[in-house]
Ligand binder design. Structure first.
Ligand SMILES: [Zn+2]
Length: 619
């Protein structure tokens, strides 16, 4: 055991340095952070301590069963054995992670996962052997000190890449603010006719804006929907979905990149880890502020700890923490923090016009209003349901919600909207919009089921889940309180903002510029929801002719439902039999478009992104 005590701290420093350096290289928008190195060191030292016993047992077995090697190799043995026991669990976890999600282990039944795992073990053995042969004479206190010193410097000082400088000088373009209220359905806002006082601030903004009454999101998954807003492309085109959360510049444009090329300074400020910059959403942004979690959560070492704690929470209910078993990790940060950072960016002394994209995650599950919203909008309630709903520690499977429970959850949700509205109002006031020169577009990435037809959350394409606000305040708000009824979609966000900046809308963007283009009332709109682990849950909706056709599943195994939205605004009654001709036409359009054809191998291979999220439930 004594022979392992020198290697342990040395290996921990070297591995922590490598891990921290990998994080830095992968996350260039983060400044060097000394804490990251020390947090990583703490984790690796912990792994070293846990590895002591198996390493000691391995050494004993080697002594017993193998002949003694050359002296140098013999001296290196404890180092190599301990290194193996520290690194292999982390590498193994990251391989298993790539092939599984917490909602399914199917990927582990494919030979590929085991080939990778076997390959990693063989590579490690070969590496250790080569190391033993070539640098066998190295260990010793002096060599170890030099190694530690070098690793320490590497881990602490590895710099992030600087953001690219602006290309050209600006003319007089307006500032652009894209404010996405995550999970905020339009019918709960006063600006959209709600009668409870949920949102006086947005109502006041609407008085100076164009309110688009018929607005739908392109998806009900946060990442997919945001990418469509920021690229002007439907999910079918940009290709991202739950199991493959990545922006691919070869498939779609980037609004931020186009604006930056035109002389804008660009900043993104997000309240959820789902929109982390590592998904390449950061493309085109000078600043991408996504620090929901401490940086150590991005290290390989933490990923193993996270996997272990998630597993533990599956087994021990007390560790579930109302569905958020992530210890120091979180999925969201509060809106006031996000807005403060955005405001600091906006107020920078820089003559260029700015584009700020802000995502506020406060209204998303869990529904826990913390400001005045609770007092003002949550009516007295004595039942067993709380704002954590089905993921609450108090939730009893099989319990059927009654009308009081449903009303209470609705009150909590509206209380959160109220609190968010107050934050947004304060932020908008700080922008002094009345001075002109700044356009504001407020929208949401999807809505939220609040019990209508037993619809909860946002994992389907029900009307309550896709009807979102779209409020546009022009830089010089000429049309005051204008309301438009034309059909609009999240895919229109990028073209509209480009139009306001006076830029050309590139070919390939599928939305419309809502200010200067004429949008036909008969326009077709799509909602692509491929954000499910099981392809049979895929959904695609086509809005056309006043109807909504929904396809469930993936070709060739699909079924359809048709809703007549004029008399069934919630979209619950299937009227295929009544309208066979409409059904035939819309279905032919859908078949022509294809869609939802993500292959199962694509699904299996890309579960890593889902794992990075923690688990599938938090969209
Ligand atoms: Zn969302």
């Amino acid at each position: 055991m004594g022979s392992l005590l020198l290697p342990l701290p040395v290996l921990a420093v070297i591995l922590a340095a490598l891990d921290a350096a990998l994080v830095r290289v992968g996350l260039p928008w983060r400044a060097p952070d000394v804490r990251l190195f020390f947090h990583a060191y703490f984790l690796w030292a912990l792994f070293g301590l846990l590895a002591l016993l198996p390493a000691w047992a391995t050494l004993r077995a080697l002594e017993r069963w193998t002949p003694r090697g050359p002296g140098a190799l013999e001296a290196l043995r404890p180092w190599l054995v301990l290194l193996g026991w520290m690194v292999l669990p982390v590498v193994g976890e990251s391989i298993v992670d790539r092939h599984t999600s917490l909602v399914g282990f199917a990927g582990l039944f494919a030979p590929r996962a085991w080939l990778e795992l076997g390959g990693a073990v063989l590579a490690a053995l070969a590496g250790l052997f080569v190391l033993g042969r070539t640098v066998g004479h190295l260990p010793g206190v002096r060599t170890a000190s030099i190694g530690v010193g070098l690793a320490f410097v590497l881990g602490m000082l590895m710099p992030g890449r600087k953001p690219a400088a602006a290309a050209s000088s600006p003319g007089t373009r307006p500032n652009l603010l894209l404010l996405v209220l995550d999970t905020c359905r339009s019918d709960r806002l006063e600006a959209y006719g709600h009668t409870r006082p949920t949102s006086p601030g947005l109502a006041a903004l609407a008085e100076e804006s164009i309110v688009f009454e018929d607005s739908v999101s392109v998806s009900t998954f946060t990442f997919t929907s945001h990418l469509s807003m920021l690229s002007g492309a439907y999910p079918e085109t940009h290709g991202a979905h739950l199991l493959d959360m990545r922006f691919r510049p070869e498939r779609a444009h980037s609004l931020a990149l186009l604006l930056r090329e035109a002389g804008y300074r660009t900043g993104a400020f997000v309240g959820t880890d789902v929109l982390a910059g590592r998904t390449d959403l950061r493309a085109g942004f000078d600043v991408y502020d996504d620090q929901v979690d401490p940086p150590v959560c991005d290290t390989l070492a933490w990923q193993l700890v996270h996997a272990v704690q998630s597993l533990a929470a599956e087994l021990v209910p007390a560790l579930r923490f109302n569905g958020r078993p992530h210890w120091i990790q979180d999925f969201q940060r509060p809106g006031d923090e996000v807005l403060a950072r955005a405001l600091a960016f906006i107020r920078q002394d820089d003559p260029r016009p700015w584009f700020a994209f802000v995502n506020l995650y406060d209204v998303h599950w869990p529904y826990v209003p913390e400001g005045d919203g609770r007092e003002r909008l949550v009516r007295p309630y004595a039942g067993p349901i709380d704002g954590f709903l089905f993921r609450s520690n108090a939730w009893q499977p099989g319990y059927v919600l009654d009308e009081h429970d449903v009303r209470h959850v609705n009150d909590l949700y509206e209380g959160e909207i109220h609190d968010l509205d107050a934050l947004v109002s304060e932020f908008l006031a700080a922008l002094e919009l009345e001075r002109g020169g700044t356009a504001v577009l407020v929208t949401a990435d999807h809505g939220e089921g609040m019990g209508e037809g037993d619809t909860w959350n946002h994992d389907d394409v029900r009307e309550v889940q896709v009807r979102v606000p779209l409020i546009l305040r022009l830089p010089q708000p000429a049309p005051r309180g204008e309301r438009r009824t034309m059909p609009v979609s999240g895919v229109d966000v990028a073209p509209t903002l480009l139009g306001l900046a006076g830029l050309e809308i590139p070919a390939g963007m599928e939305g419309h510029d809502l200010v200067s283009e004429r949008v036909e009332p008969a326009r077709e709109r799509w909602v692509d929801d491929r954000d499910h682990v099981d392809p049979s849950d895929f959904r695609c909706a086509l809005y056309s002719e006043g109807f909504k056709l929904v396809r469930f599943g993936r070709p060739p195994e699909v079924r359809y439902e048709l809703y007549a939205l004029a008399r069934d605004p919630g979209g619950f009654l299937d009227v295929q039999a009544e309208h066979p001709e409409v059904f035939g036409r819309l279905r032919a359009r859908m078949e022509q478009r294809g869609g939802g054809t993500t292959s199962s191998s694509e699904v299996g291979e890309s579960a890593a992104a889902l794992q990075a999220l923690g688990y599938a439930g938090d969209e």
